[in-house]
Design a protein around this ligand. Structure first.
Ligand SMILES: [Zn+2]
Length: 374
């Protein structure tokens, strides 16, 4: 681990308010993902290290939500949450399926935004070097519409706030889904660079994030998309990441790095088809940790309950310079099962599968190098 990462002052934003309410039914965005992550961090005593701190989130105010969202939408979320039957939920994207209205929605989603904003504020005041709000990263929400399980776009709100302070922001999104809501929010700007690596939109929600979405007007060249074929493994992902992300971020020279650390790229994830292990995911996060002295790390997707807490605990280890023992702590194991923190080495996939996938990834990198000139 690099000396820089071991000395970083690292803050986690979390409180039980994050898992007090949830979508309900069989919805994949279970609040349990957040509670288990917190429990695993505590089981490893990860928040007792001298350079770490735990703070509780506060709910974002209406003015803060309005940095990105429209007033009619902010009102609708509050009224729907109160059970007001006179709001046309479908006009704002709510309905059965991906984006149901749920009890306590307004407060629980405002808390997640507040957590990301507190992180941004602490970083700007030099009170921390890294802040991890793993309940944040809700990158699909639109100004006037919920989308892809996301009610309020804490990422876009935090970046908009940072821009108001005059900061240049590099945003790197490693969720398996394209970071569309954040990309469109800053598509015209040359003060925010958005980079999203994701499973090719032709094969996965939300369908966008092609190589040729590269920003508009002043923002041309400041949106970067790395669409990856289904089946992309650790080695191919790292190849693409290494060729694209560090050189572009270095050229941009951000004041602050914001990352969306969705872990639905994992091979066990039920919603997508990339084939990463925690080894590949951790290698990416180690590389991210060396890109910028100030880092707002947010969560994101990840729908296998057994995988998410392990991956995010490993990420926190990178952020705070801690190496956790591989056997899961016995208390955690008794409660939730599982055996080891890290995935075993994956079995080698046959060459007729790996070969074409690797050449597709190399092709993507080659095209990106032409578009963005690196
Ligand atoms: Zn996702």
């Amino acid at each position: 681990m690099s000396p820089q990462s071991t000395s970083r002052q690292t803050v986690v934003v979390c409180s039980p308010g994050y898992w007090a309410h949830e979508h309900g039914g069989g919805h994949p965005l279970r609040a349990e993902r957040l509670r288990r992550t917190y429990d695993l961090l505590q089981a490893y005593k990860a928040l007792r290290a001298k350079n770490t701190r735990l703070i509780a989130p506060r709910p974002a105010t209406e003015e803060e939500l309005a940095l990105f969202h429209t007033q009619p939408y902010i009102d609708a979320v509050r009224r729907l949450s109160e059970g007001d039957p006179y709001v046309a939920a479908h006009r704002f994207g709510f309905g059965p399926g991906d984006n149901p209205v749920f009890e306590g929605m307004d407060l629980s989603e405002r808390l997640k935004v507040g957590g990301s904003l507190q992180g941004a504020q602490m970083l700007m005041r030099d009170e921390a070097e890294t802040v991890f709000n793993f309940a944040g990263g809700l990158h699909h929400a639109r100004p006037g519409e919920t989308s892809g399980f996301c009610v309020f776009n804490d990422v876009a709100i935090a970046i908009a706030w940072l821009m108001e302070q005059g900061a240049r922001v590099a945003y790197v999104d490693i969720d398996v889904h394209h970071g569309d809501g954040v990309q469109w929010a800053f598509y015209d700007s040359d003060r925010v660079m958005t980079i999203s690596l994701h499973q090719d939109g032709r094969t996965l929600f939300p369908g966008t994030g092609s190589l040729h979405e590269e920003g508009r007007e002043r923002g041309k060249g400041f949106a970067v998309n790395v669409p990856l074929p289904p089946g992309t493994d650790d080695a191919a992902y790292l190849y693409a990441f290494e060729h694209v992300v560090p050189p572009l971020v270095a050229r941009f020279v951000p004041d602050i790095l914001v990352t969306q650390l969705g872990v639905d790229t994992h091979y066990r994830d039920p919603l997508a088809e990339l084939k990463l292990t925690t080894r590949g995911q951790v290698a990416v996060v180690e590389r991210l940790s060396r890109l910028c002295p100030k880092w707002l790390a947010l969560g994101g997707g990840g729908y296998d309950l057994e995988v998410v807490p392990r991956a995010w605990t490993l990420f926190f280890g990178v952020m705070s310079g801690q190496e956790f023992p591989d056997p899961l702590p016995s208390g955690y194991r008794r409660k939730y099962g599982g055996e080891f923190l890290r995935d075993p080495a994956p079995e080698a996939a046959p060459e007729h599968v790996v070969g074409p996938m690797r050449s597709q990834v190399e092709e993507v990198v080659k095209e990106l190098a032409q578009i963005h000139g690196f």
